[in-house]
Design a protein around this ligand. Structure first.
Ligand code: FES
Length: 164
C-alpha cells in the first residue's frame, strides 16, 4: 500500500502556524521529517528505503541526513518487522525469575534470535530492560498486551496466539 503524505503535511509553513516564526527553515523541515517517519512506520511497520528516498526528494534534505535523523530515534526501524512484536523483559527482576529461559524457548520455537523476525513474518522477537511491572516477573509483552508471571503454559499460549 502506498503511503500518501497529504500535501498540507508537507506544507512546511502551514504545518507550524504562528510558532513557525521562531523556527528556522531547517528546524521546520526536520520536525516535519519525524512526523512523516511516524506516518510511514504506522503504515508499513518500518521505514522502507524507497519511502525515505521519496521524503528526501520532497523535502530537499540529503538522504544521508534523513537516515541519520531516523537513526537517532530508537523507535524507527529500517527492516521489516513481524505482524506481532514479542518483547521479553530482561530486567533484573525478570532475569532472576527465568527471563532467559523464556527468551530461549521463544527463540527455539520461531527459529530466531533476539532482534530478528521469523521468516513467515509472524513475529519479531525483542528484549527490553524493564517494562515497569517487576512484581509480575517474568514479563513478556505481545504487541500492546502485558503478560505477567510467564509460565510454560503462558509461553505455549503466546506461541499458539502468534501461530494462529
Ligand atoms: S525487570 Fe521486568 S518488569 Fe521490571
Amino acid at each position: 500500500m502506498e503511503v500518501k503524505l497529504k500535501t498540507e503535511e508537507l506544507d512546511i509553513e502551514g504545518h507550524y502556524g504562528e510558532i513557525g516564526e521562531v523556527l528556522s527553515g531547517e528546524q521546520k523541515k526536520r520536525g516535519l521529517l519525524i512526523h512523516a517517519f511516524q506516518q510511514i512506520q504506522k503504515e508499513y511497520n518500518y521505514l522502507p528505503e524507497d519511502k525515505l528516498e521519496g521524503l528526501s526528494e520532497k523535502l530537499n534534505i540529503p538522504l544521508a541526513d534523513v537516515y541519520s535523523t531516523a537513526s537517532f530515534y530508537k523507535h524507527f526501524y529500517f527492516k521489516p518487522r513481524g505482524k506481532n512484536i514479542v518483547c521479553v523483559c530482561m530486567g533484573t527482576a525478570c532475569h532472576v525469575r527465568g527471563a532467559s529461559k523464556v527468551l530461549h524457548e521463544l527463540e527455539e520455537e520461531f527459529g530466531v534470535k533476539e532482534g530478528e523476525t521469523s521468516p513467515d513474518m509472524s513475529m519479531t522477537l525483542e528484549t527490553v530492560g524493564c517494562v515497569g511491572c517487576c512484581g509480575l516477573a517474568p514479563v513478556v509483552t505481545v504487541n500492546e498486551e502485558v503478560v505477567g508471571e510467564v509460565s510454560q503454559g503462558k509461553i505455549n499460549e503466546i506461541i499458539n496466539t502468534i501461530k494462529k
